[in-house]
Write a protein that binds this ligand. Structure first.
Ligand SMILES: NC(=O)c1ccc[n+]([C@@H]2O[C@H](COP(=O)([O-])OP(=O)(O)OC[C@H]3O[C@@H](n4cnc5c(N)ncnc54)[C@H](OP(=O)(O)O)[C@@H]3O)[C@@H](O)[C@H]2O)c1
Length: 261
């Protein structure tokens, strides 16, 4: 799977293009307006265009990185041009199911290879947590797709029933992690550090926590016990955070939003 194309050079399309090109892939990316392509066109390994049709030709993987409101127009334009024997059409759109995608492509092909892909913007630094779900026709390419996204982070193939949960935990989850970093940095400022220094210190602390859990295969609660001296200030800090609703706030934020009646 050599030729990666992306339609939409917004936050996610740009992050994917940068991540894949850094990992050594040649990437083609199109965007409706030229302005967003300027910075990307200077990056080695990325070719940019305002023509969606140009990136469709010879694509092995065609990533749709547009907002839901743009999808119909994009597919009307590119649908007839896709090579359905070669190209896997991968959508980043959160609410577009595999069967929705198949239905949209049905006028052009009865058996399109489609996938839902849910990365986060840390793809740009090769540290995404990406979830992929495949249809009957793309399933044969599971290993190849995993290899492509493993170049920009960790990958998990999931059943579609888990897709929304995966998005909340790790795509929205990136925002929640950033919120923690912001909050902890502000706490650092109140302790007397400059804001940028506090943010750097918090980032490294989080990196260390994650690395420790993964390397030693530890449960967080076990690791917590090793840093909470009996009667010490860490346990007092944790208790104060819990009193303010820390764990509940995180779990509540991760619940699947309910459609209002
Ligand atoms: N951001 C995230 O962290 C994230 C994570 C996972 C999934 N997603 C999903 O990924 C998709 C993209 O999100 P985003 O945050 O990157 O959105 P975004 O920043 O709004 O980018 C969308 C891009 O699509 C372009 N576009 C619109 N119509 C087009 C067309 N007809 N042809 C070519 N390009 C067109 C827009 O170009 P203009 O310059 O003309 O507006 C814009 O640059 C969404 O469905 C989102 O739900 C996002």
């Amino acid at each position: 799977m050599k030729n990666i194309s992306i339609i939409g050079a917004g936050n996610m399309g740009t992050a994917l293009a940068v991540g894949f090109s850094t990992a050594g892939y040649a990437v083609r990316i199109s965007n409706r307006t030229a302005a967003k392509l300027g910075r990307l066109s200077a990056v080695a390994g990325i070719s940019t265009t305002v023509s969606n049709l140009e990136v469709v030709d010879d694509a092995d993987l065609l990533i749709l990185a547009v907002q839901p409101r743009a999808l119909a127009a994009v597919l009307d334009e590119i649908g007839p041009r896709i090579n359905y024997n070669r190209t896997i059409v991968a959508s980043l759109l959160p609410d577009e199911s595999i069967s929705d995608l198949e239905e949209r492509l049905k006028p052009y092909n009865k058996a399109p290879m489609v996938a839902r892909v849910m990365p986060n913007t840390a793809v740009s630094v090769g540290e995404s947590m990406t979830f992929i779900c495949l249809n009957d026709y793309s399933e044969a390419f599971s290993a190849e797709l995993t290899e492509v996204f493993a170049a920009v982070g960790k990958v998990e193939i999931v059943k579609e029933a888990m897709f929304a949960s995966a998005m909340l935990l790790c795509s929205c989850g990136l925002a929640y992690a950033l919120r923690y970093i912001r909050a902890a940095s502000q706490g650092g400022v109140s302790l007397g550090f400059e804001a940028d220094a506090a943010a750097r210190y918090v980032c490294q602390t989080l990196r260390g926590a994650a690395e420790m859990l993964e390397r030693y295969n530890l449960h967080p609660e076990i690791a917590l016990d090793t840093v909470t001296t009996p009667g010490g200030i860490t346990i007092k800090g944790l208790i104060a955070m819990e009193k303010a609703g820390f764990t509940t706030a995180v779990i509540e934020g991760l619940k699947l939003p309910r459609t209002e009646a």
